[in-house]
Design a protein. Structure first.
Length: 300
């Protein structure tokens, strides 16, 4: 009896095995074939350096706000980094640079050039000499891309405008409500000093103070010496004391000025001070006003 049941079950399964595929074949023959479409989107390339061309004779640089890991790269070594070794992130300094760029566009109808490092400082410090900036070839590629973009933008600005200004945006927590100015005591704005015949660093601090920012050193300090945060590799390497350089100023914004709530106002205050400075010393004018037939401010 058991053997008979087994044989019946086996025959039933075999019969079904023949019947089911035939049914599937019949169903498939009555339906159009489905063709798979290839994927239309590609993986997004990771952007380690944000590089944006502008039309103003202004470069905004922000090297210390990055958070990205750098695949294949070795972390920086404190021993090779020396006494100036730091991996601390300047929180929201990248966002501040972008807010300043937007505010400049709102003011002049033109955008500045923008170079922002997105890589964590533990792998790369673009504001240090190459010997202390990185430990691996992967990081060197990004370092060279950052400084190469500034070189390219400097050349374009000098060819078009004859002079220009780089603002290197940083953050500090020592004086949370103030901004430290860094020009290596006027060295990195040598061309501006020659054009004005004055201490241009003090003039710069004065317009910023009039816009509501507390500057260190203040414009009234005598001598007007920068003791701390007086300028790193970016302003030194690209400053106008060098052949082919432009005026460079490092700005160390206090933590309170970079808070989420305060950051938009900080950008407005900074551009409020920078605007007359650009008009007087770099010949910048409002392109929208000029297009409408208005008068342009005095030249450089």
């Amino acid at each position: 009896m058991l053997r008979s049941s087994f044989m019946v079950s086996t025959l039933f399964v075999l019969a079904m095995g023949v019947f089911v595929p035939a049914a599937k074949a019949q169903t498939a023959s009555n339906q159009p074939a489905v063709t798979k479409k290839p994927a239309t989107t590609k993986p997004k390339k990771v952007e380690f350096v944000t590089i944006q061309k502008g039309t103003l004779p202004v470069i905004l640089s922000a090297p210390h706000g990055g958070e990205l890991d750098l695949p294949g790269s070795l972390p920086r070594d404190r021993k090779s980094g020396g006494s100036r070794f730091q991996t601390v992130r300047d929180v929201r300094s990248s966002e501040l640079a972008e807010a300043i760029a937007n505010q400049l566009e709102a003011e002049f109808g033109q955008r500045p050039y923008l170079v922002i490092l997105r890589v964590s400082r533990k792998y790369l410090d673009a504001n240090r000499e190459a010997d202390y900036a990185y430990e691996s070839p992967e990081a060197q590629v990004v370092y060279d891309e950052y400084h190469g973009a500034i070189e390219q933008f400097k050349k374009a600005i000098l060819e078009k405008h004859g002079s220009g200004l780089l603002i290197d945006v940083h953050g500090q927590s020592k004086e949370k409500g103030a901004v430290y100015r860094g020009t290596r005591n006027g060295l990195t704005i040598s061309a501006l000093n020659r054009r004005t015949g004055k201490d241009a660093a003090s003039l710069y601090s004065k317009v910023m103070e009039e816009a509501g920012l507390r500057m260190i050193p203040p414009s009234t300090a005598t001598p007007n010496q920068e003791v701390e945060y007086n300028g790193g590799e970016i302003v030194v390497a690209h400053g106008s004391q060098n052949p082919g350089g432009i005026d460079c100023i490092q700005m160390e914004f206090g933590a309170d000025l970079r808070s989420v709530a305060a950051l938009p106002q900080t950008a407005k205050d900074f551009v409020k001070g920078l605007s007359p400075f650009l008009k007087e010393h770099y010949g910048v004018s409002d392109q929208r006003q000029a297009a409408a037939g208005g008068t342009s401010p005095a030249g450089r």
